[in-house]
Design a protein around this ligand. Sequence first.
Ligand code: C5P
Length: 269
Amino acid sequence: MISNQPFSCPSQFGAAETGWFSDYPLALAPTLSSDPADRIIVALDGMAPEQALAFAAHVEGLRWVKVGLELFVQSGPQVVAQLREQGLRVFLDLKFHDIPATMAGACRRAAALGAELITVHACAGSEALQAAQAAAIEEAQGAGHPVPTLLAVTVLTSWDERRLQQQLAIGQGIGKRVPALAQLSVTAGIGGCVCSPLEASTLRAQYPQPFALVTPGIRPRGAAVGDQARVMGPAEAMAAGASQLVIGRPITKAEDPSTAFAACCAELS
Ligand code: C5P
C-alpha cells in the first residue's frame, strides 16, 4: 500500500516566514510517483454510483478520482471503499465546515474510509482545522490506511468581491483573503490548499513542496472551457506550482475518456 509520508513542519518551511511551528501536527503530502497519471485527479461529477464505478474501471491508467457532494450523497460512503477496491486513490471533496468536534469526527470517518485527500473550509478556523487534521492522522495510522492530506478551501471561485461585501460584509479583497486563509490553514498544520491555477504561483512561492496545491479549472488542449471562467492548461498549471490537477468534463464527457486521459498525461510528459 502506498502511504503518505509525514514530514516535519519546521524542516520543510521556515517557521518565521510561514508560521509553521513544531507543536502543530505533522503536515502531510500524498506520495506520488513521477508518472503523470499520478498528477491528474478525475472528478466523477454528475454520475450515478454504478456509472462512476464503471467509468473509473474503464479509464486506462487512471489512478486518482474525486468524489464530490453529489456522488457521495447519492451513493453513501461505500463508493469510496468500492473505488479503493478497484485500486483507485480517492480525493473526498465534501468541503467540511463545522465546529471543531464535528470537523474532527467527519475527517476521522473520511480517513477510516481510506480517502487520501479531504477538503475542509479554511474559515472553519484554526481550532477546527487542527482538530480535523489530528483526527485524520490518528484514525489512518490506527487503521493502517494512508494518512490523508487535508486540503483547505480558501474562497470559492463562485464568490466575487462585490458579493462578499454585500452579502457577508467581508471587505477584504480576494487577493488578500486567499493568502490570509491559506496562512491560517498552514499554521493549523493543514497539508495543502485547493486553489485556482491562477493563484498557484503566489501560494507556491510562500509554501514550497511538499505542501499540496490542487487546482481545478484545468483545460487540456482543444477542450471546451464551459462554465470555468479562469482556466489553464495542465502543463502551465504544474509549472505554476500545482502538485495535482482536478480535471472533470474534458475527460468524463469525452467520446473516449481513456484517450482524453492519456492526452492529458501526454501534456505533462
Ligand atoms: O468539469 P471540470 O473540469 O470543470 O471540473 C472541475 C471540478 O473541480 C468540479 O468537480 C468542480 O466542482 C471542482 N471545482 C472547481 N472550481 C473550484 C473548486 C472546485 O471547478 N474553485
